[in-house]
Write a new protein. Structure first.
Length: 324
């Protein structure tokens, strides 16, 4: 991996990290304190993130994503600091589409080193989960310094570079894990995995996860690489996507459909599950992402991909909203 601090600032940044972005990363209020005001950014679930000197809304949004994943995985707060320090060193908290050799994303993880596919490791929730997975697999990591813990995960050619970010990483964690504000309004969504919008954090995380699995093969009964399978079937994908958001779904498309709650016709939002078949025999499910599109694992010989959720002559059965 190594230091990426000299990377060009003008690089194109994948829009998936807008878990706190595209309509949700705007400044929503200012709170007076001391001699001035502190700007605050509202996340989809109503969390409010304070600014840290020298960091942009994009960087703070990516930091909030890392902390949210850590909290979801029950990682203690020192682990959040380690992850933020690592991402500050590797990418300046930016979701980079380039790097040394095949390094990509917030942590400059490498497909050739088993971190995942390029799409996966440029999906911030996936990248953060993989970082925490390897951190917690390190014996006695909590007794290590921030620098040494980060280095055990990253294996950098600059093994002492993470220490310089410790103080700022602690400030970032404090800023993105605190107070609350009003949730962002619902959105119709974009239908684009590179510009995700969703009405709440659970739907955003589920879409973010599903988008990161594109290109993986359809596997009957498949639950994905994190569960030892090379790919997904349709309901395995939706179950895994919402598991990433902390919501448990039944395993099959039929039982997911009957778990509800139903979405009235004409009121679909990103994150809703869309079903096909008949109420007595649901055969397929996808994850709606707006603009008439869904992410789904279609069938044998195909891969996880974006498709139109409605087609002439289809047997669309309706939708549910598990994040409600």
């Amino acid at each position: 991996m190594g230091s990426k601090l000299g990377a060009a600032v003008g690089a194109v940044v994948l829009a998936i990290p807008l878990l706190i972005g595209a309509g949700v990363a705007g400044i929503v209020s200012s709170l007076s304190g001391g001699n001035g005001a502190s700007s605050l950014i509202c996340t989809p679930d109503g969390a409010m993130t304070g600014t840290v000197t020298g960091l942009t809304a994009e960087q703070m949004g990516n930091a909030a994503t890392i902390v949210a994943v850590g909290r979801q995985m029950a990682i203690p707060e020192p682990g959040w600091v380690v992850a933020i320090a690592a991402a500050m060193q590797e990418s300046k908290l930016r979701n980079l589409l380039y790097g040394d050799r095949d390094s990509l994303g917030l942590f400059q993880q490498r497909p050739s080193m088993g971190w995942g596919t390029p799409q996966q490791i440029t999906t911030p929730t996936y990248a953060a989960a993989k970082f925490f997975e390897r951190l917690t697999a390190t014996p006695n990591w909590q007794s290590m310094s921030v620098n040494d813990a980060a280095q055990t995960v990253q294996g950098s050619g600059f093994p002492n570079a993470y220490a310089q970010h410790e103080d700022k990483a602690r400030a970032v964690v404090a800023a993105v894990s605190g107070v609350r504000c009003q949730p962002a309004p619902a959105t119709a969504g974009t239908g684009d995995c590179n510009d995700i919008q969703a009405p709440n954090a659970a739907a955003m995380t589920a879409i973010n996860y599903a988008c990161g699995q594109r290109g993986l093969p359809y596997v009957w009964g498949g639950n994905g690489p994190l569960n030892g399978d090379s790919g997904f079937d349709c309901s395995g994908l939706t179950k895994a996507a919402y598991h990433a958001a902390g919501i448990s779904l039944p395993r099959t498309a039929h039982t997911q459909y009957h778990a509800g709650p139903r979405v009235p016709d004409g009121q679909l939002l990103p994150g809703d599950l869309v079903f096909y078949g008949t109420p007595s025999k649901i055969r397929h499910v996808g994850l709606y992402i707006g603009a008439g599109k869904m992410v789904n694992a279609p069938d044998f010989g195909q891969v996880v991909r974006i498709d139109d959720y409605r087609r002439p002559g289809d047997d669309y059965a309706g939708a549910t909203r598990p994040a409600q």
